[in-house]
Ligand binder design. Structure first.
Ligand code: WTA
Length: 630
C-alpha cells in the first residue's frame, strides 16, 4: 500500500515507465490458479485491450476463499435494513462463502453454465451480493439492473444480452413505501423470451404470484442444494459482468467487464484511495445496481478483505439523520457518498447531524458528479469536523475503477479537484482540434482522455464493438475519450468540469454548463441548479438556469439579478444566463444525475417528445417546471 506522498510519486513514475512490471507485482498478490503468460496486449485503434492473458482464476476465490484461513470470522458484510427497528445482519467471510457456494449450486441446478447471462433485479439486501458472487463462482455473467428501473427498461436490458435467468425479490422496502418488484418483473417478462427461470427471494411475507414452471422460490431451491461448490476456472479475460449505462442515444450501452484486470484494479484502488486498515468499517451508500456498488461495495472491498456496509433504505427515513445514525451505530470509519446526497442533507436542519456521534469517521468520499465548493465545505466541516480527508473520486462505469482521486491523507485534497491520477492512469487534456495540451507547468482546459490502458477498463459494449469504438476511441484516435471536460492546473491537479456533451456554445464561446452551475451554486441562497442551452436568434445559444433555493428563501427579481451577477463575476459576462427560473426540484435519474435533455425539452415546449421518463426519480417535477417556464 502507498503510505506517503513519496511512495505515490515513486509508484506513479514506475507505472508509466514500466507498466507491465508495475501491474505484475500487484497482480501477484492475488490468488491465481495459473499465472498469466502475457501482462498486457493493447491497441486503442481496434480497440483491443487484454490484461493478464493466459492467467486462470476465479474472482470469488479472491473475495472469499483466500480470506477464510486468516479471517474467516471477520465480518464481510454488515447489512442495515430500511426499518431501524429491524435487526442488522452481520455476515462473516465464512458465512458469506457458504451462502455463495450454496446459491451457486442453485444456479447450476437450474441449468446455468459458464458464459450464460443472468439478470439480477433486487433490493439492497445481502442476497443481492450473494446472487452476484454466485454467478461469478460458476462463471455466469451477471447483468444487474437497478431495482428502480421500469419493466420496459428491464426487458430492454434482458433482451439485449439474452439473459436466461432473472433473480429478483417479491418486494422491497423504501422508506415508508413497499414496492412489488415481482409484479414489475412479471410485466417485463411478457416480452423476454430468453428467460427460462425466475428465482424469487421473499423479502416480505406478502403473498407472491408465481408462474408455474418458470418461477421458483429462493428458499425452496436452497433446500435442494449442497454447500460444496467448486469454483469455475476462468480466464483473466473471461467476461465477469455486463452493466448498462446510458449513452447519448436512447439505447443503453452494455459495458462488458472481464475478470482478472477488474479484480486487480478495483482492489488496488480501494485499498489505496481509502487507505483501508484492518478493523475499518467502510460504507458506500451507492446502490449495487450502479458501477459504484459493483466495484466499491462488493468486489473491491471483499477482494481486500474489508468490512463493507450495505444499506437497504433511503437517507430521509425515518428522518434526515439516518445516514448519521448508521455511522454512529456501526462506528463507520469510511463514508463514501454522492454530492447530490450531500446537498440534500445540507438543506436540512443541522440538528440531524449534531444529534449523532460521528467520531469514528476517518475518511469521506464523493463520487458521481463534480462536488461544488459549498457542498464540499459542508461535508468537511459538519461531517468530517475538519479531521477527515475527502476523496473526490473521478471515474466511470466504463473505467471500472477510480482513475483520478486523492489518496486519503496522502495526496492533497482541494475542494472541486479530483486531484491526481492514480498509479497506472495516464490522463491528458485535448483541445477541440484534437491536439494534446501537454505543456508542463501551465494550466490547461479541454477534454479528458487517456493514453494508456488500465486493468479495470471495460473491454467492449456487449454485442456492439463498433459502438464502443465509435463512442470512446474515435474522437481522439489512439486514446480513450471520457466524454468529460477537465481543467488541469499548473501543478498537474485535475478538476472535472462536467460532461462535454453539456457544453453550450454562446456567441462562439464554449461554456460548460457545470461551470456555470458551480458559480450559481456558490450563492448562499442556492441549493442546486441546472443550466442548459436554448436556441437564441443572435447568440446561437443562450443559457437558461433552473435554480432551487433554500426552503426559507423567497424568490425575487433581485435574487435573479444577484445570480446573474455571481456568474458574471465568477466566469464572465458571457456566461450570464438569460433566464433564471426558480424551481422546486430538477428531473433526476435515480443515481442523482440531472437530466438536462428533459429540461431542454421543457423550455422548448416539446414535452410530447420528452421520451421515456420511467427512469426518473421524480417525473412529477416536469409539469411543475413547465408551468414556470418563461
Ligand atoms: C461523472 C460513476 C466529477 C463524470 C462512478 C463521469 C464525476 C460520470 C465524478 C460517470 C467526480 C463521476 N467528479 N464528475 N468525482 N465521478 N463523475 O458511469 O461526468 O455513473 O463521466 O460512474 O459521472 O458516471 P457513471
Amino acid at each position: 500500500m502507498i503510505n506517503t506522498f513519496a511512495d505515490y510519486k515513486k509508484a506513479y513514475r514506475r507505472s508509466v515507465e514500466e507498466p507491465e512490471a508495475f501491474w505484475d507485482e500487484i497482480a501477484e498478490t492475488f490468488t491465481w490458479r495459473k499465472k498469466w503468460d502475457k501482462t498486457l496486449e493493447w491497441d486503442f485503434h481496434e480497440p483491443q485491450v487484454k490484461w493478464f492473458q493466459g492467467g486462470k482464476l476465479n474472482i470469488t476465490e479472491n473475495c472469499l476463499d483466500r480470506h477464510l484461513e486468516k479471517q474467516g470470522n471477520k465480518t464481510a458484510i454488515i447489512w442495515e435494513p430500511n426499518d431501524p427497528d429491524e435487526e442488522s445482519r452481520h455476515i462473516t467471510y465464512r458465512q458469506l462463502f457458504v451462502k455463495v457456494c450454496r446459491f451457486a449450486n442453485v444456479l447450476r441446478q437450474n441449468g446455468i453454465k459458464k458464459g450464460d447471462r443472468v439478470c439480477i433485479y433486487m433490493p439492497m439486501i445481502p442476497e443481492l451480493a450473494i446472487a452476484m458472487l454466485a454467478c461469478a463462482r460458476i462463471g455466469a455473467v451477471h447483468s444487474i439492473v437497478f431495482a428502480g428501473f421500469s419493466s420496459q427498461a428491464i426487458a430492454k436490458r434482458i433482451n439485449d444480452s439474452q439473459c436466461k435467468m432473472l433473480i429478483t425479490a417479491n418486494e422491497v422496502y423504501r422508506g415508508t413505501k413497499r414496492v412489488n418488484l415481482k409484479a414489475i418483473c412479471d410485466e417485463a417478462l411478457k416480452d423476454t423470451p430468453s428467460i427460462e427461470t425466475v428465482l424469487v427471494y421473499r423479502r416480505t411475507v406478502e403473498p407472491t404470484e408465481m408462474q408455474e414452471g418458470r418461477d421458483k422460490f429462493w428458499f425452496e431451491e436452497l433446500q435442494k442444494a449442497t454447500d460444496d461448490c467448486q469454483a469455475e476456472e476462468m480466464d483473466a479475460e473471461d467476461m465477469l459482468f455486463i452493466l448498462y449505462t446510458s449513452g447519448s442515444t436512447g439505447t443503453p450501452k452494455g459495458m462488458v467487464h472481464t475478470t482478472g484486470g477488474y479484480m486487480v484494479g478495483t482492489a488496488y484502488t480501494f485499498e489505496n484511495v481509502f487507505q483501508i486498515e484492518k478493523d475499518d468499517v467502510y460504507w458506500c451508500t451507492a446502490d449495487i445496481g450502479w458501477i459504484t456498488g459493483h466495484s466499491y461495495i462488493i468486489y473491491g472491498p471483499l477482494a481486500a478483505g474489508a468490512t463493507t456496509v450495505m444499506f437497504e433504505g433511503i437517507p430521509s427515513y425515518p428522518d434526515y439523520g439516518r445516514f448519521w445514525e448508521i455511522c454512529e451505530k456501526l462506528k463507520v470509519t469510511h463514508f463514501y457518498t454522492a454530492p447530490t446526497a450531500i446537498r440534500a442533507l445540507a438543506r436540512q436542519p443541522i440538528e440531524f447531524v449534531e444529534k449523532h456521534d460521528l467520531s469514528s469517521l476517518k475518511v469521506l468520499g464523493s463520487v458521481g458528479e463534480p462536488i461544488n465548493e459549498e457542498a464540499w465545505h459542508w461535508y468537511n466541516d459538519n461531517i468530517g469536523k475538519g479531521n477527515c480527508p475527502i476523496v473526490d473520486t473521478w471515474w466511470q462505469t466504463e473505467t471500472g475503477a477510480i482513475m483520478i482521486s486523492p489518496l486519503a491523507g496522502i495526496t492533497s485534497a482541494r475542494p472541486t479537484f479530483a486531484s491526481l491520477p492514480l498509479p497506472g492512469v495516464q490522463p491528458t487534456i485535448m483541445d477541440d482540434q484534437g491536439r494534446e495540451l501537454n505543456g508542463r507547468r501551465e494550466s490547461a482546459e479541454g477534454r479528458l482522455a487517456f493514453k494508456f490502458p488500465w486493468p479495470a477498463m471495460a473491454r467492449t459494449i456487449y454485442n456492439n464493438h463498433e459502438r464502443y469504438k465509435d463512442v470512446y476511441f474515435s474522437t481522439f484516435p489512439g486514446m480513450y475519450f471520457s466524454g468529460d471536460g477537465a481543467y488541469r492546473d499548473a501543478t498537474g491537479n485535475y478538476r472535472i468540469t462536467g460532461r462535454v456533451d453539456d457544453v453550450v456554445i454562446v456567441s462562439g464561446h464554449n461554456l460548460g454548463t457545470a461551470t456555470v452551475e458551480n458559480a450559481i451554486n456558490e450563492h448562499e441562497k442556492v441549493v442546486e441548479s441546472a443550466v442548459v442551452g436554448v436556441p437564441h436568434d443572435v447568440k446561437g445559444n443562450a443559457l437558461y438556469a433552473f435554480v432551487i433555493l433554500y426552503d426559507h428563501v423567497e424568490p425575487s427579481e433581485a435574487l435573479e439579478k444577484e445570480i446573474r451577477e455571481i456568474v458574471s463575476t465568477t466566469i464572465g459576462p458571457i456566461a450570464k444566463p438569460d433566464k433564471v427560473q426558480f424551481v422546486n426540484g430538477l428531473p433526476k435519474t435515480r443515481s442523482g444525475k440531472i437530466m438536462r435533455r428533459i429540461l431542454r425539452k421543457i423550455i422548448t415546449n416539446d414535452i410530447e417528445n420528452i421520451g421515456d421518463t420511467s427512469t426518473l426519480l421524480n417525473p412529477e417535477i416536469i409539469e411543475d417546471i413547465a408551468q414556470g417556464v418563461k
